[in-house]
Design a binder for this molecule. Structure first.
Ligand SMILES: Cc1cc2nc3c(=O)[nH]c(=O)nc-3n(C[C@H](O)[C@H](O)[C@H](O)COP(=O)(O)OP(=O)(O)OC[C@H]3O[C@@H](n4cnc5c(N)ncnc54)[C@H](O)[C@@H]3O)c2cc1C
Length: 315
């Protein structure tokens, strides 16, 4: 069976959920081989999780460099050359998009970007804010495919997980190097694209200070906090928490939208959430068209009551 390379996204010994989605999707194309690039000892902590999600092989490339981006491209490029895989799957993220673009150029491969599904016939894109589905097919060998997080339901499968060490090819002709990396700390809250519950606030929240209402409800639920672009542009919340077409794409079990109108660009990033609850004082707000449960009311009255009820039921 053809081999499918899956780039593992990991941090501090934890595998990101998006990698399990890639391993699940890869099985539609062939036999998944996980590719781990990271500091010495990384793979040891990851192998059980990768095996439990169907990785037949685990390629391990250890590097002391704090620049992981270039080594990831080089390692994948050398594996494409030596293993001739059916495809390379990478998650959609800031780094993932960068790696995929560089890899496609280096290996002369087609790039199918931001897909929501893969099959032997090609890949599926959800375009124009989810209004259209487009099917695409690569005309080259070993296409590079980036998969949008949350578009595939994770399924476990037994994989042999046979480890193989891979050399990190030496970088040549580089005019700049990354000296260090400082991960953005988001406190104790789960990461937005990994969270199973998200509470998001929009322009209706009114100010940065009043976002504490969104955070309070989120913390009672152990949820991540998101924001609409209008909230971000108004300076209520940092950009890295923006959900939507030009922000993060999320697909949690539960998405609670507080004071968000539901513009198509916001919906594009959250409409595949399993259950959507909207709180908006305007009964005509478009968010209610996709909400499973809607509350027409003032978020400053509804959210604290909801928080109180959640806290009561937990104790
Ligand atoms: C190219 C492009 C890309 C974009 N990308 C994104 C993106 O990635 N993400 C994104 O979110 N947007 C994006 N936008 C912007 C998008 O079109 C909307 O402008 C934005 O989503 C609106 O945000 P909002 O719903 O918070 O604000 P508004 O549309 O102003 O809605 C605020 C809502 O709050 C309600 N409200 C007010 N006060 C209260 C209260 N006290 N209680 C309850 N409800 C209240 C109002 O009734 C209203 O429905 C993009 C736009 C363009 C053109």
């Amino acid at each position: 069976m053809a081999e499918v390379l899956v780039l593992v996204d990991h941090l501090d010994g934890e595998i990101k959920k998006s990698t399990f989605e890639l391993l699940t999707a890869a099985r539609a194309l062939g036999e998944p081989s996980a590719v781990v690039v990271g500091p010495a000892g990384s793979a040891g902590k990851l192998s059980e999780g990768l095996k439990a999600h169907g990785a037949a092989k685990i390629y391990v490339a250890e590097t002391d460099s704090s620049d992981f981006l270039t080594p990831q491209v080089s390692v994948l490029a050398s594996l494409v050359e030596s293993k001739d895989p059916a495809a390379v799957l990478i998650g959609v993220s800031a780094d993932g998009k960068e790696i995929a673009g560089r890899l496609a150029i280096r290996t002369n491969s087609a790039l199918l970007g931001d897909v929501v599904g893969v099959s032997p016939e090609g890949a599926t894109h959800s375009v124009f804010g989810g209004a259209f589905i487009a099917e695409a097919k690569a005309n080259t060998a070993h296409p590079v495919i980036t998969l949008r997080p949350g578009s595939v339901e994770v399924e476990q499968a037994d994989g042999a997980g046979a480890e193989e060490t891979v050399e990190v090819p030496a970088a040549s002709g580089r005019s700049a190097t990354v000296q260090s990396r400082e991960p953005v700390t988001g406190g104790d809250r789960p990461e937005l694209t990994e969270a199973s519950v998200i509470v998001s606030g929009g322009r209706g929240v009114g100010s940065a200070e009043q976002f504490s209402v969104v955070e309070g409800l989120a913390d009672s639920l152990g949820a991540a906090v998101g924001a609409s672009r209008a909230a971000v542009d108004s300076g209520f919340y940092p950009h890295q928490f923006q959900v939507g077409q030009t922000g993060k794409t999320v697909s949690p079990q539960l998405y609670i939208a507080l004071g968000i109108s539901g513009a198509i660009q916001h919906r594009a990033g959250m409409q595949t959430s399993k259950t959507i609850i909207a709180v908006n004082k305007d009964p005509e707000a478009p968010i209610f068209e996709i909400a499973d449960f809607g509350v027409v009311g003032d978020l400053f009255k509804v959210a604290p009551q909801l928080q109180e009820e959640v806290t009561k039921r937990k104790s």
